[in-house]
Design a protein around this ligand. Structure first.
Ligand code: AMP
Ligand code: MN
Ligand code: MN
Ligand code: MN
Length: 285
């Protein structure tokens, strides 16, 4: 089992646990390195960092940015970022403003489907109105009896093709990578196997990602099948990108995997953390 997990969410975005409780859970689960990667916000980093100090584990400051690549939404992780970098903070604020507008439109569509007051229900579950996301709507729909669980809320209403799906223009790939690099961070393409792209399109995306300064593919992800892992490891090597690993943990029972319950990287992959000082002291290779 890995003792490193480079993708996890707190309740500053759509995770269930406060940043300090997420870190505590990671410590109990035997992690020595954990990245907090909330969607489009770094608001949880300082609490997570303080808790990591208490628990004796290394906290990697991270973020998961919502990006539009043409009509496709992709997620780009920024790892080892300076969470006070001005360009990054400006960029994230711009993305979060779109979350607020999207939420109003999602609620309008749900109302049309006979589900009133979904905006209030979602906002009550979010840290603030700019961090509101589809998972908050999904949890509200479950509580209101409109869906039996989060996954079916996505299937019927919130996912691509659902009746309340709202296409949103997020950040440009070039901008997101630029903000991460200006913040001293490393850009990682999150869960590429989940994008549903045909091989040639995925190759084009990854090649462009690399050309714009992206450094790694998330090879190990809870949402990847064994075949995805093999394909992503191959693609990373082909394009001279390194490999990352993360659970994408959100909440016990809701997530595919718990923190740190990850397979090792394929042997030929170059770990994105290979030269990180946090990992040297943790004795990871
Ligand atoms: P958002 O960034 O608000 O559009 O929401 C994206 C988040 O929704 C992802 O990070 C996941 O947490 C969650 N999500 C996306 N698709 C699904 C799905 N099919 N089932 C459950 N959760 C999902
Ligand atoms: Mn999420
Ligand atoms: Mn994601
Ligand atoms: Mn995620």
């Amino acid at each position: 089992m890995h003792t490193i997990d480079l993708h996890a969410h707190s309740d500053r975005s759509d995770g269930a646990l406060a940043p300090q409780d997420l870190v505590a859970r990671g410590a109990v689960r035997g992690l020595s390195v954990l990245a907090l990667t909330d969607h489009d916000t770094v608001a949880g980093i300082s609490d997570a960092r303080a808790a990591a100090r208490d628990h004796g584990i290394a906290l990697i400051a991270g973020v998961e940015m919502s990006v539009s690549w043409g009509a496709v939404t992709v997620h780009v992780l920024g790892l080892r970022i300076d969470p006070s970098a001005a360009a990054l903070l400006d960029g994230l604020a711009g993305i979060r403003a779109r979350r607020r507008e999207r939420a109003k439109e999602i609620a309008r569509r749900l109302e049309r489907d006979g589900i009133p007051d979904a905006l209030d229900g979602a906002l009550a579950r979010a840290a603030d109105e700019e961090s509101v996301g589809r998972v908050h709507f999904a949890r509200h729909l479950v509580a209101a009896g409109a869906a039996k669980d989060v996954r079916s809320a996505f299937r019927r209403y919130l996912g691509t093709g659902g009746s309340a799906y709202v296409r949103t223009r997020w950040a440009a790939l070039e901008d997101a990578i630029g903000w991460i690099k200006e913040a001293g961070g490393i850009a990682v393409l999150a869960h590429p196997g989940r994008l549903g792209l045909r091989p040639a399109r995925l190759h084009a995306l990854c090649a462009q990602f690399k050309a714009l300064g992206g450094e790694a593919l998330e090879v190990i992800s809870a949402s990847h099948t064994a075949a995805d892992i093999a394909r992503m490891a191959w693609l990373a090597r082909e394009l001279d990108l390194s490999a990352s690993a993360g659970s994408d943990f959100h909440a016990a029972g809701e997530s595919w995997l718990d923190l740190g319950a990850l397979d090792p990287l394929p042997r030929a992959s170059v770990p994105v953390w290979r030269d990180w000082p946090e990992c040297r002291t943790a004795g990871l290779d």
